[in-house]
Design a protein. Structure first.
Length: 264
């Protein structure tokens, strides 16, 4: 079976969208790549993403191609009570199909957005939610140039139809959302592993310090720990630091011995 250029590009884009388990992962770059792939695959003028957290608009990412225009059209939607296709898609959790900008302007739909879009020469727009199952992360907004566009280069497939463009954009958006979700889980697990390792290291040092002092003073480990804690309190030193320095042997020996448990 022969794969078309668009099918090959879509497969590569979907793979890239989910490849996010890296310590050097950058959310803005990830979403810009999604916008770039969308522009290329559906033959759009430009595209951008509104990333939302906690029900509030928090950030925007525009495609590399005509980035300034994409960011301008996202920003105008975020202004209070302005609205736009991106915010509508996020609010409903459903795609906003192709909308001619002229018709939307005539119907007084998104007046500030449509005025700005016409200024940039945008003919139509559509948006799809950026979601991971039932969790909405934002929306992908695609901006379409007016027909007829420039002649297609030889060998390049024709741009997909309106419904197919929306479906392709939704596939890309959902793959990117899955990648974001997995990366967040990856970061959370790494943070948890770091916390557990830190706690384990602290526990090991604590036992070392207690054992060393108990042996030096010929006393029980609980009594040795109580003495170390008293020393840290008197010196106004964090207990963790006192423990680490006791293991290293860098504590004030005379001051520490002054807290030595007395024989009963």
């Amino acid at each position: 079976m022969h794969l078309s250029t668009r099918e090959t590009g879509l497969a590569a884009a979907l793979l890239e969208a989910t490849d996010t388990l890296s310590d050097s992962f950058d959310t803005a770059h990830h979403l810009q790549r999604l916008s770039d792939h969308c522009v290329e695959i559906v033959g759009a003028h430009s595209a951008g993403i509104m990333l939302v957290a906690g029900g509030e608009r928090v950030s925007f990412v525009g495609s590399s191609r005509r980035q300034a225009i994409a960011l301008d059209l996202l920003t105008v939607q975020a202004a209070p009570d302005h609205g736009g296709p991106c915010w509508d898609s996020y609010g409903t959790g459903r795609p906003v199909p192709h909308v001619p900008i002229g018709a939307a302007r005539t119907a007084a739909r998104w007046p500030d957005f449509t005025r700005r879009a016409l200024r940039h020469g945008i003919a139509a727009t559509f948006a799809v939610p950026l979601r991971r199952r039932e969790t909405l992360l934002g929306a992908l907004n695609v901006f379409v140039a007016p027909p007829p566009g420039p002649p297609e280069p030889p060998g390049r497939p024709e741009s997909p139809g309106e419904e197919e463009s929306v479906r392709l954009a939704q596939l890309l958006a959902e793959a990117a959302a899955a990648g974001l979700h997995n990366q967040r889980l990856h970061a959370e697990y790494r943070a948890l592993a770091g916390q557990l390792q830190s706690a384990l290291t602290h526990r090991v040092r604590m036992e070392q310090a207690k054992g060393m002092l108990a042996e030096r003073w010929s006393t029980g480990v609980d009594q040795a720990f109580a003495a170390l804690r008293r020393y840290a309190r008197r010196q106004r030193m964090p207990l963790d630091e006192a423990v680490a320095r006791a293991v290293e042997g860098s504590l004030d020996r005379d001051g520490l011995d002054a807290e030595r448990p007395r024989p009963v």
